[in-house]
Design a protein. Sequence first.
Length: 447
Amino acid sequence: MNLPLISRPRTWHWICCFTALLGCLPLLWPRMLPRSWRSAAPDYAGSLVMASFLLSCTLIFISSIVTLLHLRNLRTLVQLLIWGFRWLCTAAVFCVLAYFANVPRDVESVAAEVSPVDTREEIHFPIDSLTSPESLVIPIVPEQYEPSSVSLIPNLSFLENKYPALLHTYVDMSPRWALHTKDDNFYTKPAHVVMIPPTTGGTPGVVHVAFRHLVSGEQLPVGYTVVKPGDPMPGTPEGSEQVPDLALDLGGAHYLLLAWRGTSHAETAHRAINAAISTVDSMLQPLVDEPSETSLNRLLSGTKSVVADHPRILLSEPATQYGTYQAEVYVNPGEAGTLLLRILDMETNASLRLFSFPALFSDDKSVLFRHDIPGSIPMRLRDNSFGHVSGLLPENAPVFTIKSGAAHQAFAVALELWFVPAKSPNTRRFILRRCYRVQACEPSREQ
């Protein structure tokens, strides 16, 4: 027996070592791959590493058997020692690469831990009210507004005329608005603002809202009726049951796009649209009172702390954007560390998502800090978080999905909050669990 793989194994062992290291690169630097490959890369990379190591093991086993049959015991021992040294060197190189790659600590192992179980757990619907400036669901009270003319916008008009750059910066930096400033069909896409009237025996409808920024020479939004503050409300076009979509001219390069979807009752729709206009205008009051970068940063960050007795988890599914979610976590661990939000299927107990983000903390235990999901997750970790499915959402969307699947496929999940202290990274402390009935996000559907 004089097969090249057995008679000259050294080269093949080094090839296996090199191939194993090559397979580790996508795990250490996932952003070196196209976005569409990142979710599947760990499986293929792990298989490549395992195949390389198993091939090398097979070769050294066969080679050792051959040398033993020739009664070369010492040579067999030396051969095994050299083989072990090769893989030891490979492991050392991997450790050096991992050090420089600065890979976040593997938090997915928390999924294997036993969670506290409460047989009396109540399952909620994801309709919690979020207070973050990233929240896409904003309540409005239409009854306070008259339906005959377009609401005035003193704050928006002031900023557009006196501080247009400041308004432009606010729109571009706000996760709530930044995603759809160039999209006339924003209301068909995920991750846009919806303003919802109170529900009394049925949902009358929602107002979809977005800022539209026009550059010099660009056409007005297509499919919208352009109006100005104080103009009479345009009537419903003949042959249509839906009130027209409005593009409110702010007096400069910005328009506020408003699309009512719901009942065809014109007065109800116009009141809701005016409520949405006034709500957006009132949001900018702090920037009008103090038109500065400091005020802008405060407006974008919102209130980060509240006085409360116990931690909270809140979950919201923006209306018409099925299968997409936003969450807020209120907690104060009292020390530096990492918070883990684990989402598991209550039927199978399988982990669906796992988010990792730095914990805000203070010595005052009566103060809880707001952590936004996905807003508090570092950008480099969002697309690589456990359970992420590439292609479901636009890049940097202020929402997340729980899993992909058929539209309106409902299932119960438990959201568990854990804390990993920085001074004791091998310790995990359970904080809170809350259950919801959610649904899957359909990959092929334009929401």
